[in-house]
Ligand binder design. Structure first.
Ligand code: FMN
Length: 182
Protein backbone atom coordinates (compact mmCIF):
# COMPACT_ATOMS: atom_id res chain seq x y z
CA UNK A 1 0.00 0.00 0.00
CA UNK A 2 1.17 3.50 -0.78
CA UNK A 3 0.14 6.97 0.43
CA UNK A 4 0.78 10.51 -0.75
CA UNK A 5 0.67 13.47 1.63
CA UNK A 6 0.47 16.90 -0.04
CA UNK A 7 0.48 20.16 1.88
CA UNK A 8 0.15 23.90 1.32
CA UNK A 9 1.67 26.01 4.06
CA UNK A 10 2.48 29.71 4.27
CA UNK A 11 4.12 29.85 7.70
CA UNK A 12 5.11 26.21 8.24
CA UNK A 13 2.31 25.09 10.58
CA UNK A 14 0.42 22.81 8.18
CA UNK A 15 3.78 21.60 6.82
CA UNK A 16 4.73 20.25 10.26
CA UNK A 17 1.32 18.57 10.59
CA UNK A 18 1.78 16.95 7.17
CA UNK A 19 5.24 15.71 8.21
CA UNK A 20 3.78 14.13 11.34
CA UNK A 21 0.88 12.57 9.41
CA UNK A 22 3.37 11.10 6.91
CA UNK A 23 5.58 9.80 9.73
CA UNK A 24 2.65 8.05 11.44
CA UNK A 25 1.42 6.53 8.17
CA UNK A 26 4.94 5.18 7.54
CA UNK A 27 5.16 3.81 11.10
CA UNK A 28 1.91 1.96 10.42
CA UNK A 29 3.67 0.12 7.59
CA UNK A 30 2.45 2.10 4.57
CA UNK A 31 4.95 3.49 2.08
CA UNK A 32 4.54 7.26 1.93
CA UNK A 33 5.60 10.23 -0.22
CA UNK A 34 5.42 13.74 1.24
CA UNK A 35 5.14 16.70 -1.15
CA UNK A 36 4.95 20.48 -0.75
CA UNK A 37 2.17 21.51 -3.18
CA UNK A 38 4.42 24.32 -4.44
CA UNK A 39 6.83 21.76 -5.87
CA UNK A 40 4.19 19.77 -7.76
CA UNK A 41 3.80 20.24 -11.51
CA UNK A 42 2.23 17.13 -12.99
CA UNK A 43 1.39 14.52 -10.43
CA UNK A 44 0.32 10.97 -11.22
CA UNK A 45 -1.78 9.88 -8.25
CA UNK A 46 -2.46 6.42 -9.70
CA UNK A 47 0.22 4.62 -7.62
CA UNK A 48 -1.40 5.78 -4.37
CA UNK A 49 -4.13 4.02 -2.38
CA UNK A 50 -4.48 6.99 -0.05
CA UNK A 51 -3.99 10.70 -0.80
CA UNK A 52 -3.95 13.19 2.09
CA UNK A 53 -4.13 16.88 1.21
CA UNK A 54 -3.87 19.68 3.75
CA UNK A 55 -3.48 23.42 3.96
CA UNK A 56 -3.11 26.35 6.29
CA UNK A 57 -5.89 28.95 6.02
CA UNK A 58 -5.36 32.62 5.23
CA UNK A 59 -8.38 34.91 5.05
CA UNK A 60 -10.65 31.95 4.57
CA UNK A 61 -8.56 30.29 1.87
CA UNK A 62 -6.42 27.21 1.30
CA UNK A 63 -3.11 27.94 -0.44
CA UNK A 64 -3.61 28.30 -4.19
CA UNK A 65 -1.22 25.40 -4.94
CA UNK A 66 -2.90 22.91 -2.60
CA UNK A 67 -6.30 23.77 -4.11
CA UNK A 68 -4.80 23.50 -7.60
CA UNK A 69 -3.62 19.99 -6.73
CA UNK A 70 -7.21 19.02 -5.80
CA UNK A 71 -8.62 20.59 -8.96
CA UNK A 72 -5.97 19.21 -11.35
CA UNK A 73 -6.45 15.69 -10.00
CA UNK A 74 -10.21 15.83 -9.46
CA UNK A 75 -11.10 12.86 -11.68
CA UNK A 76 -8.20 10.59 -10.69
CA UNK A 77 -8.78 11.32 -6.98
CA UNK A 78 -12.35 10.06 -7.39
CA UNK A 79 -10.94 6.51 -7.72
CA UNK A 80 -8.93 6.54 -4.51
CA UNK A 81 -9.24 7.24 -0.82
CA UNK A 82 -8.77 10.94 -0.09
CA UNK A 83 -8.48 12.69 3.27
CA UNK A 84 -8.16 16.43 3.78
CA UNK A 85 -7.04 18.55 6.72
CA UNK A 86 -6.55 22.20 7.60
CA UNK A 87 -4.61 24.11 10.20
CA UNK A 88 -6.48 27.28 11.18
CA UNK A 89 -7.24 29.69 13.98
CA UNK A 90 -10.90 28.65 13.91
CA UNK A 91 -9.89 25.24 15.28
CA UNK A 92 -8.42 26.78 18.44
CA UNK A 93 -11.71 27.63 20.11
CA UNK A 94 -14.76 25.46 20.56
CA UNK A 95 -17.03 28.35 19.50
CA UNK A 96 -15.48 28.61 16.01
CA UNK A 97 -14.74 24.95 15.23
CA UNK A 98 -18.09 24.23 13.52
CA UNK A 99 -17.60 27.21 11.21
CA UNK A 100 -14.02 26.09 10.42
CA UNK A 101 -15.24 22.56 9.67
CA UNK A 102 -17.94 23.85 7.34
CA UNK A 103 -16.00 26.56 5.48
CA UNK A 104 -12.51 25.11 5.24
CA UNK A 105 -13.25 21.39 5.01
CA UNK A 106 -16.86 20.53 4.05
CA UNK A 107 -17.24 23.29 1.45
CA UNK A 108 -13.79 22.64 -0.03
CA UNK A 109 -14.56 18.91 -0.27
CA UNK A 110 -17.99 19.51 -1.84
CA UNK A 111 -16.51 21.89 -4.40
CA UNK A 112 -13.32 20.06 -5.32
CA UNK A 113 -13.85 16.35 -4.74
CA UNK A 114 -16.22 14.09 -6.63
CA UNK A 115 -16.62 11.67 -3.72
CA UNK A 116 -16.90 12.27 0.02
CA UNK A 117 -13.49 12.33 1.69
CA UNK A 118 -12.47 9.33 3.78
CA UNK A 119 -11.93 11.73 6.68
CA UNK A 120 -11.38 15.41 7.45
CA UNK A 121 -9.06 16.89 10.07
CA UNK A 122 -9.52 20.31 11.66
CA UNK A 123 -6.30 21.18 13.45
CA UNK A 124 -5.16 24.19 15.45
CA UNK A 125 -2.62 26.86 14.68
CA UNK A 126 0.40 28.45 16.32
CA UNK A 127 0.39 31.91 17.89
CA UNK A 128 3.91 33.29 17.90
CA UNK A 129 4.35 36.82 19.32
CA UNK A 130 7.87 36.94 17.84
CA UNK A 131 6.93 35.93 14.29
CA UNK A 132 7.14 38.56 11.63
CA UNK A 133 5.67 37.52 8.29
CA UNK A 134 4.52 40.93 7.06
CA UNK A 135 1.73 43.38 7.75
CA UNK A 136 -1.23 41.04 7.37
CA UNK A 137 0.39 38.54 9.74
CA UNK A 138 1.03 41.32 12.27
CA UNK A 139 -2.59 42.48 12.07
CA UNK A 140 -3.93 38.99 12.61
CA UNK A 141 -1.52 38.37 15.50
CA UNK A 142 -2.60 41.68 17.03
CA UNK A 143 -6.25 40.67 17.07
CA UNK A 144 -5.36 37.19 18.36
CA UNK A 145 -3.32 38.88 21.09
CA UNK A 146 -6.35 40.94 22.19
CA UNK A 147 -8.54 37.86 22.20
CA UNK A 148 -6.00 35.97 24.35
CA UNK A 149 -5.85 38.85 26.82
CA UNK A 150 -9.65 38.77 27.08
CA UNK A 151 -9.42 35.09 27.99
CA UNK A 152 -6.74 35.83 30.63
CA UNK A 153 -4.00 34.10 28.59
CA UNK A 154 -0.51 35.64 28.53
CA UNK A 155 0.01 36.78 24.90
CA UNK A 156 3.78 37.22 25.28
CA UNK A 157 4.23 33.46 25.10
CA UNK A 158 4.18 31.26 22.00
CA UNK A 159 1.08 29.07 21.95
CA UNK A 160 0.85 25.88 19.93
CA UNK A 161 -2.79 24.83 19.57
CA UNK A 162 -1.95 21.73 17.56
CA UNK A 163 -3.00 18.63 19.46
CA UNK A 164 -0.33 16.17 18.34
CA UNK A 165 -2.17 13.25 19.97
CA UNK A 166 -5.28 14.09 17.94
CA UNK A 167 -3.21 14.53 14.75
CA UNK A 168 -1.45 11.17 15.24
CA UNK A 169 -4.66 9.34 15.99
CA UNK A 170 -6.30 10.91 12.91
CA UNK A 171 -3.40 9.64 10.77
CA UNK A 172 -3.59 6.16 12.35
CA UNK A 173 -7.35 6.15 11.69
CA UNK A 174 -6.70 6.76 7.99
CA UNK A 175 -4.45 3.71 7.79
CA UNK A 176 -7.01 1.60 9.72
CA UNK A 177 -9.72 2.58 7.22
CA UNK A 178 -7.39 1.87 4.32
CA UNK A 179 -6.48 -1.59 5.63
CA UNK A 180 -10.07 -2.49 6.60
CA UNK A 181 -11.41 -1.58 3.17
CA UNK A 182 -8.77 -3.41 1.16
C1 FMN B 1 -2.75 36.72 7.66
C2 FMN B 1 -3.45 35.58 8.31
C3 FMN B 1 -4.77 35.31 8.00
C4 FMN B 1 -5.45 34.25 8.62
N1 FMN B 1 -6.75 34.01 8.30
C5 FMN B 1 -7.41 33.01 8.95
C6 FMN B 1 -8.80 32.77 8.66
O1 FMN B 1 -9.43 33.40 7.83
N2 FMN B 1 -9.42 31.79 9.37
C7 FMN B 1 -8.77 31.03 10.31
O2 FMN B 1 -9.40 30.17 10.93
N3 FMN B 1 -7.45 31.22 10.57
C8 FMN B 1 -6.76 32.19 9.92
N4 FMN B 1 -5.44 32.40 10.19
C9 FMN B 1 -4.71 31.47 11.06
C10 FMN B 1 -3.96 30.44 10.19
O3 FMN B 1 -4.87 29.62 9.51
C11 FMN B 1 -3.05 29.56 11.04
O4 FMN B 1 -2.03 30.36 11.58
C12 FMN B 1 -2.47 28.39 10.27
O5 FMN B 1 -1.86 27.52 11.20
C13 FMN B 1 -1.48 28.81 9.23
O6 FMN B 1 -1.00 27.66 8.57
P1 FMN B 1 0.37 27.68 7.74
O7 FMN B 1 1.44 28.13 8.70
O8 FMN B 1 0.58 26.27 7.33
O9 FMN B 1 0.18 28.59 6.60
C14 FMN B 1 -4.77 33.45 9.58
C15 FMN B 1 -3.43 33.73 9.90
C16 FMN B 1 -2.78 34.79 9.28
C17 FMN B 1 -1.37 35.07 9.65
Amino acid sequence: MKALVVYGSRYGTAAEIAQEVARVIKDEGVEVDLEDARGIKDCDVSPYDLVVVGSGIKIGKWTSKSLKFLKDNRSSLANRKVAIFVSCGAANEESSRAEGQEKYLDEVAAKNLINEPLSTGLFGSVYDPEANHGLMFKMVNRSVRKNLQKQGIDPSKRLDYRDWGEIRSWARGLVDKLKNDS
